[in-house]
Design a binder for this molecule. Structure first.
Ligand code: ADP
Length: 470
């Protein structure tokens, strides 16, 4: 029963329903209009024939003197009867004086009911009625016209016609409407089905392609031609999504590979130290040296694992302990604590900050962010100075860390915030390339941004922008 739910079947169903509804409304309108017009035309003929017949009658002293009944007269009584009309002239007491037409044998005389009188006193009002006549399956329309003599009713002229022809016309119309409607609905249903099938054919392509894509092969793309329609937009969105997923998987892959590689280096160093020590008896100072080396390698590993943990935790957005932070104070404390490191390399560490730079942030994470940046500046600068400046414009606080170090070649600048990215192994300080990735994660968590400008051989400036506290 699944096929019933397919769009093409639903589309065909609704197309049929729609056509049927339109035809029913249109057909109903035409049917009732025609029915009304035919009946009005018939009524007009009845009135005309009755009044023309009445004009041929002579009334004397309340007595109707009929004209020559059988003689076809110039007023066209004959032609009326040829049209299937029955004309009966009868006196007020019901005596038929003259009758012609198909229903004359019924000799039916109908007295119009006198308005306001139930006793059947003669009515001087002309009247229409629709009655059923014995032996005639169709209803009959009757028009009774009083014949007056000095204000009294002398008798009536009664024109009658079966509604058979009207009914025939209406039946023919109904048959045509039903047949046409059935045929049209069928065509609409089939057309709906095929149109939907045609329009949705690319969907089946998408479904088939999506079924073939697995995590092992995320490089597959639908690559549907861009026709600008909904389906091609869907396919393009699908391809974009695949590209993002593939990218994510690749990054994940890279991360695992890089992390294991980074961890392998200190482990290999530790293995080497241990195997030297275990080769034979060694003087005590060598053991001590080996333990120091082991401890150093273990420290490196610990730092690396901590960095990896930090990054992994921040992967879906860092959880910040937000508080009111005075960046001016925080930054001058950070610079003070790192000054000995700069002094060890004979570097000046200057700090020029506008007072009262307030933000809403996480103190620990902010310290980590700026320590990473200043530490890098010290690491990658051989002579000169490192300058920290900070101020605010509008709603944004900008902190710049400028050094006079080796700089970063333009081609590398776009990548330095990626995890494990180091510019060149030869100039590497031994870091794992995680510091800037962590710094950017922290900046983003504070709805801020971090950017770099650098001239190789001249120096580098990192700029951190964070929104001012509201
Ligand atoms: P690392 O642990 O290698 O320092 P980072 O993520 O902190 O990792 O930095 C990535 C790379 O960016 C570094 O390897 C270095 O080459 C470059 N870099 C970072 N800061 C500076 C700077 N102030 N001057 C020059 N190069 C820098």
């Amino acid at each position: 029963m699944k096929w019933i739910k397919t769009i093409r079947i639903r589309f065909a169903f609704w197309a049929t329903v729609l056509i049927l509804a339109i035809l029913a409304a249109f057909g109903g309108f035409v049917y009732f209009n025609l029915s009304f017009s035919l009946q009005s035309a018939l009524d007009e003929t009845l009135v005309l024939s009755a009044s023309q017949t009445a004009a041929t009658l002579n009334v004397n002293n309340g007595q109707i003197i009929p004209a020559e009944a059988a003689a076809p007269d110039e007023n066209g009584t004959q032609s009326f009867t040829e049209q299937g009309l029955t004309l009966i002239v009868f006196t007020q007491d019901g005596t038929v004086l003259q009758a012609s037409g198909p229903l004359q044998s019924t000799e039916m005389t109908i007295h119009p009911a006198s308005p306001g009188s139930r006793s059947g006193s003669p009515s001087n009002q002309a009247e229409f009625r629709t009655i059923s006549v014995k032996g005639n399956e169709n209803l009959t329309r009757v028009y009774s016209l009083p014949v007056m003599d000095n204000g009294n009713v002398a008798g009536y002229v009664q024109a009658m016609q079966s509604l058979g022809s009207v009914q025939d016309s209406l039946n023919r119309l109904l048959t045509a409407l039903l047949l046409g409607g059935g045929l049209l609905s069928l065509v609409a249903g089939l057309a709906g089905y095929f149109l939907a099938a045609r329009a949705l054919a690319p969907m089946d392509n998408i479904t088939r392609a999506a079924r073939h894509i697995s995590t092992d092969d995320l490089s597959a793309r639908l690559n549907l031609p861009d026709t600008g329609d909904e389906v091609s937009r869907l396919a393009a969105t699908f391809d974009d999504m695949l590209a993002r997923i593939e990218n994510g998987f690749q990054r994940e892959h890279q991360f695992t590979a890089d992390a294991s590689h980074e961890l392998r280096t200190p482990l290999a160093a530790m293995q080497a130290i241990l195997s030297v020590v275990r080769e034979g008896q060694r003087p005590v100072n060598e053991y001590r040296q080996a333990l120091d080396d082991l401890s150093e390698e273990a420290g490196r590993m610990q730092g690396l694992v901590e960095d990896l943990l930090k990054l992994a935790r921040g992967e879906n957005g860092l959880k910040l302990q937000l508080e009111q932070v005075n960046l001016s104070i925080l930054l001058s404390d950070v610079t003070d604590s790192l000054r000995p490191l700069a002094a060890a390399k004979n570097l000046a560490l200057n700090c020029s900050l506008e007072p009262g730079l307030m933000i809403s942030g996480d103190t620990d994470q902010l310290i980590r962010l700026f320590v990473n940046l200043i530490d890098n500046a010290i690491k990658y600068t051989e002579k000169g100075s490192i300058t920290l400046t900070g101020g605010q414009t509008g709603q944004t606080i900008r902190i710049r860390i400028t050094d006079t170090g080796i700089g970063i070649p333009p081609g590398y600048q776009a990548h330095i915030f990626e995890r494990f990215y180091r510019v060149e192994a030869s100039r590497s300080s031994g870091g794992a390339g995680l510091g800037l990735a962590i710094a950017r994660q922290i900046a983003h968590a504070h709805t801020g941004e971090i950017t770099v400008e650098s001239l190789p051989g001249k120096g580098t400036t990192f700029m951190v922008e964070v929104p001012k506290m509201k």
